[in-house]
Structures are given as structure tokens and as C-alpha cells.
Design a protein around this ligand. Structure first.
Ligand SMILES: [Zn+2]
Length: 229
């Protein structure tokens, strides 16, 4: 039932695009992790310098286990960098660290998409976990009069998750743009070659968000079309 033409046309390409984007971000990160920056900054030092140049105060920089697990936590005011990024003195390290510092700057200046995102995170996590339950219940109880209500409740919750993912896009692009600009103006990145490397690393990271949004959107379209048959 699920492995039909619509599924093949909508879901498989989205899945392949996501997998390709994941591979791309890993290979690009690895490639520029081998190229040092002439300024000699580590990721942690770069994050510190980027935040300092924007007047961000009270944000801790923490070493955080994992690979590409780097993130900024606006509630804890903590910038968590993975060991490769924290200690690394490469183009990849300073690029990712400066991107996360870009989120800290967004928090400091009250950049609206980040404010919305922070407010929506708990709701989105819940929606992502529970949408399937009313949806499946509606499918199982098809003969009951309220089954469409259950199905559309599930789809509505899933749609909310998709909206959340779309809201994160400008936040990511904006953080990367701030990172590129400040890395250049502070001299952490000093040559055109280094700037190109930073751009490639951050573009590859942005692609994974775009792929995630595309996959979710296509899945949503798939769900809606199934109900209209
Ligand atoms: Zn980000």
C-alpha cells in the first residue's frame, strides 16, 4: 500500500537528497579540517573573538562530545562545540565555531526568527513525537465517523513541525553570513583561499537543513494527497 508510485516519486528522491547532503557536509568538513588557518585560531578562540567583536557577554563556551554536534543553547547561554571544532585550528573548526557564535549574536540582538524558534522548540519536539498516534488511530478506525478528524489532527501536527523547520532556515543562513563577515573583519580568516573554504563548509551545512525541509515538505504533501484520494 505504501510502496506505490506516489511514494517512489515523492519520498525516495527526498531521502536520497538528504543522504547526499549528509555525506557532503561530512566530506567537506573533513577536507577543510586538514587545512589550517594562518591566524592560528582554534575554534574555541574564534567563537570567543566573534562574540567579543559583537559585544556578546555572559555566554560560556563548552567542550561537547560528538561529531558535528555543535550548537548554541539560548536557554543555558552556552555555546557547545565538539572536540574537533573546539580544539581544531582549521578552516572547518573556525567556520563551525563562528557559525554557532553567530547564533549567540542573534540571541543578543533579539533576531526575530531565533526568538520564534526558541519559543517553538518544545512544541515542535512534542509534535514530532506524537503526530503519528492520531494519524494511525484514524487509519485503523476508518469505519468510525470521527476518523478523518484524527487523521487531520495528525497531519496538522506534522505540518506544524514542517513550519518550524522552515523558520529555522533564515536563522541558519543568517548565522553563517554573520560568521563569514566577522571571520574576515577580525582577521581570523585572512586569505581568499581560507574565506572560500569557510564558505564551502557553511554552505554544505546549510544544505542539510534545506534537505531536511524538502524531505518533510514532500512527506507532508504525500500524507495530504493520500487523504484526498
Ligand atoms: Zn546553526
Amino acid at each position: 500500500m505504501f510502496f506505490d508510485l506516489q511514494y517512489l516519486v515523492l519520498t525516495i528522491p527526498a531521502l536520497l537528497f538528504s543522504l547526499w547532503a549528509q555525506r557532503k557536509v561530512h566530506s567537506t568538513f573533513d577536507r577543510f579540517a586538514k587545512v589550517g588557518v594562518q591566524s592560528g585560531y582554534s575554534g574555541a578562540q574564534a567563537a570567543q573573538a566573534v562574540m567579543q567583536s559583537a559585544g556578546v557577554q555572559g555566554v560560556r563556551i563548552e567542550r561537547h562530545e560528538g561529531f558535528l554536534s555543535d550548537h548554541y543553547d539560548p536557554l543555558a547561554k552556552a555555546l557547545r562545540l565538539s572536540p574537533h571544532v573546539y580544539d581544531g585550528k582549521s578552516i572547518s573548526s573556525v567556520a563551525v565555531a563562528a557559525h554557532e557564535a553567530g547564533h549567540a549574536i542573534q540571541d543578543q540582538v533579539g533576531y526575530p526568527p531565533l526568538v520564534w524558534r526558541s519559543a517553538l522548540v518544545p512544541l515542535c519536539n512534542v509534535g514530532n513525537m506524537i503526530w503519528i498516534f492520531p494519524f494511525m488511530a484514524g487509519l485503523v478506525l476508518r469505519q468510525l465517523s470521527f476518523s478523518p478528524l484524527l487523521i487531520w489532527t495528525g497531519i496538522g501536527l506534522f505540518a506544524a513541525v514542517v513550519v518550524f523547520q522552515i523558520i529555522t532556515l533564515p536563522t541558519e543562513f543568517n548565522a553563517s553570513n554573520r560568521a563569514k563577515a566577522v571571520l574576515a573583519s577580525t582577521g581570523i580568516v585572512s586569505t581568499q583561499q581560507e574565506a572560500d573554504g569557510v564558505r564551502r563548509v557553511l554552505d554544505a551545512a546549510a544544505l542539510t537543513y534545506v534537505a531536511a525541509v524538502a524531505a518533510s515538505l514532500l512527506q507532508l504533501i504525500d500524507l495530504v494527497l493520500r487523504q484526498r484520494r
